[in-house]
Ligand binder design. Structure first.
Ligand SMILES: Cc1ncc(COP(=O)(O)O)c(C=O)c1O
Length: 389
């Protein structure tokens, strides 16, 4: 059997290696503390689960919702956006429900990229930004994000002939894996660059609500000119701990939304109506649960960062996301070597930065996806057994 060439280009090998390592250790009886997972461990609110159960029992919710989903969900999105940032959106032309934001992130490229077009992707970045480009036979062009540029792409470093061939740029703040945040001036510069070269900007805002110490992540759409050239992707997975429910949405430029809708209407028939209805309730209801979730992550962040800093492993404190992007201590040849030794000596599993792109070398991603007790234990195990630091 001969698979298509594009399959050869897809990586993911390191994630598989780490996953296998964790499984092997568990099978060998090691009490693993797995901080490599990207899925929240917290439950959705009880209110959400009760409502979802109610909608699931209603036989009227079993027909296709189709790509546009339910108007009530799109209206809930417009209300949520208005309440958050006073951004006005048209629920008919500027909002599209997604079966999880990954659905949109992976399919948007189909609507805009021809063979050999260029798409700008963050490096390090969430893997689908690059994998999605490879599906279309266009060319991903990594934008290096590192400490020197504050983890924000330097547009002046992009050659004009490359920019002229580019159709799409992906941005993601607060970011996975960097936990970096964007500024108003940066978004302004991105819009200027996009207008100059006629590039679409796709901003992935999956971690919009997971922020600490009173910080409020900036919506790309709140910056003047953004809606003329871009869209913002949103996930209910992290904000409301609904990862397995598969519900997200994209908002912004109506021509971009129309193009994505056309692709998706050939691929899927929309989300389960019960999920769309429960999603409507969660978006329009009290947002106290979201605040509590963010506070939980903030406490977890403090345990890890303060704990490691006390051990002499200096890690900056992120303002948002559910990750910590930690520079590996001296004395290790690579992030993969560090990850393996850490796992072997402590049972703590993290993701080597190289899994997210070349620029990720020298770092590991630590997910705040275990409870406070386990995170404190992770710090203790590293203190007791990982004497290299
Ligand atoms: C940055 C980022 N965007 C999107 C997603 C996908 O989220 P969803 O569950 O909405 O597909 C993830 C999941 O980990 C993510 O980290």
């Amino acid at each position: 059997m001969q698979v298509a060439n594009r399959l050869e280009k897809l990586s993911g090998g390191i994630f598989t290696q780490i996953d296998n390592l964790a499984k092997e250790m568990v099978a060998n009886g090691v009490k693993v503390i797995n901080l490599s997972i990207g899925s929240p461990d917290l439950p959705p609110s009880e209110d959400f689960r009760r409502k979802l159960a109610e909608y699931v029992l209603d036989p009227d919710n079993y027909g296709y919702a189709l790509t546009d989903g339910l108007l009530e969900f799109r209206q809930a999105v417009t209300k949520w956006y208005y309440d958050r940032d006073q951004i006005t959106l048209d629920p008919y032309s500027e909002v599209l429900p997604l079966m999880g934001s990954q659905d949109g992130l992976s399919h948007i490229y189909w609507a805009f990229l021809n063979k050999d077009d260029i798409a700008f992707v963050p490096d390090p970045g969430y893997p689908i930004y690059t994998a999605g480009v490879l599906f279309t036979e266009a060319i991903p062009y990594p934008m290096a994000l590192n400490i020197d540029n504050n983890f924000l792409p330097d547009f002046s470093a992009i050659p004009a002939d490359v920019a002229k061939k580019a159709k799409i740029m992906f941005l993601n703040y607060p970011s996975n894996p960097l936990a970096a945040t964007a500024t108003y001036d940066f978004f302004r510069a991105a819009i200027e660059f996009a207008v100059k070269y006629e590039i679409i900007i796709c901003h992935d805002f999956a971690y919009s609500e997971l922020a600490y110490d009173g910080y409020k992540p900036l919506s790309f759409l709140s910056v003047p000119g953004a809606k003329e050239i871009g869209v913002e992707f949103h996930s209910l997975s992290k904000t409301y701990n609904l990862a397995g429910c598969r519900l997200g949405f994209v908002v912004g430029n109506k021509d971009i939304i129309t193009a994505l809708r056309k692709i998706k209407s050939n691929i899927d028939f929309g989300s389960f109506k019960a999920i769309l209805k429960a999603g409507t309730d969660v978006l329009t209801g009290s947002q106290e649960y979201v605040k509590t979730t963010a506070q939980t992550y903030q406490k977890r962040r403090n345990i890890i960062v303060d704990g490691f800093n006390e051990l002499g492993w200096q890690i900056p404190k992120p303002k948002a996301s559910m990750f910590i992007w930690a520079p590996i201590p001296e004395g290790f040849n690579s992030s993969l070597e560090f990850t393996k030794q850490l796992a072997e000596k402590t049972g703590v599993i993290v993701v080597p930065g190289i899994a997210f792109g070349k620029e990720g070398e020298g770092y590991v991603r630590i997910g705040l996806v275990q409870n406070e007790q386990l995170l404190a234990e992770a710090v203790q195990r590293i203190k007791n057994n990982f004497i290299n630091i």
